[in-house]
Design a protein around this ligand. Structure first.
Ligand SMILES: [Zn+2]
Length: 257
């Protein structure tokens, strides 16, 4: 970690930005080695700005920061990639914006997680190369991000009884964070939390994602679009549920005197 009052350099991906004054912006960035940071970029809105459009959301930059007490100040920015091709397609832009929002919500400031940075950069790059697989890339990214953030979904055994997930359709428990076997979802319905019914292909895709590194693609029957579609909807629900939980826990933390 850099000491206060020092200048340091890192790679970063811009997560979001908002206007601070007529000419200054606060930018939320994810750096690789120094975690998520809130940084002030001065003079951004001037046409003569040194930083210009380099700090648009989801730009990948090399950045030099002066570490302040609460917020850092941008000294220099160099664009490594602006991911222009992702920004110009509405569907892709929605997908990458969802990634940024999720990363922002599931990471803490000043808590370095290079693996989360690498995952986000990998997902942006992969989506640029395989735009036709954007939906699956987003799902796979979400699954790996949940794991990196400490919410690894339970997909190999029933999260309620620990038994095998045999026999066709299963359910995913939002409250327990994983798959529930057919027997538990019927007999212990009240105890297994909020359940979402999913099909066999979707359950197999979840297990496949646990066993494979990000950047690979499933082949054969499990790659069928019905499973992938269901997977996308399920992971969106899981993401919403986690963000809600994070939001609540932070709200509670703020209310503690
Ligand atoms: Zn069970």
């Amino acid at each position: 970690m850099a000491k206060k009052g020092r200048v340091f350099r890192d790679q970063a991906i811009v997560l979001r930005s908002h206007k601070l004054s007529e000419s200054d912006k606060i930018i939320r960035i994810l750096t690789r080695e120094h975690g998520k940071r809130s940084v002030v970029a001065k003079g951004l809105r001037k046409t003569t700005s040194r930083f210009g459009a380099r700090l648009e959301p989801l730009s990948y930059v090399d950045i030099l920061l002066y570490e302040g007490r609460n917020m850092d100040t941008v000294q220099q920015v160099e664009t490594k990639s602006s991911f222009k091709e992702l920004r110009e397609d509405l569907n892709l832009f929605v997908a990458i914006s969802a990634m940024a929002e999720l990363v922002d919500s599931l990471t803490e400031e000043h808590d370095p997680h290079p693996e989360v940075f690498d995952l986000l950069l990998g997902a942006l790059t992969l989506m640029g190369h395989s735009p036709g697989s954007a939906e699956f890339i987003l799902s796979f990214f979400e699954f790996k991000l949940f794991t990196a953030a400490g919410y690894s979904p339970g997909v190999k055994f029933c999260v309620f009884c620990g038994g095998p997930l045999t026999g066709g359709a299963a359910s995913f428990s939002l409250d327990l964070g994983g798959l529930v076997c057919a027997s538990c979802s019927e007999k212990r319905f009240a105890e297994t939390g909020r359940l979402i019914k999913i099909g066999r292909l979707c359950a197999q895709l979840l297990e496949w994602m646990e066993d494979h590194p990000f950047g690979t693609f499933p082949q054969g029957e499990i790659a069928k679009s019905s499973g992938a579609k269901e997977l996308a909807l399920l992971l969106e629900k899981v993401a919403e549920n986690l963000m809600e939980r994070e939001f609540k826990s932070r709200k509670v933390m703020r209310e503690i005197p």
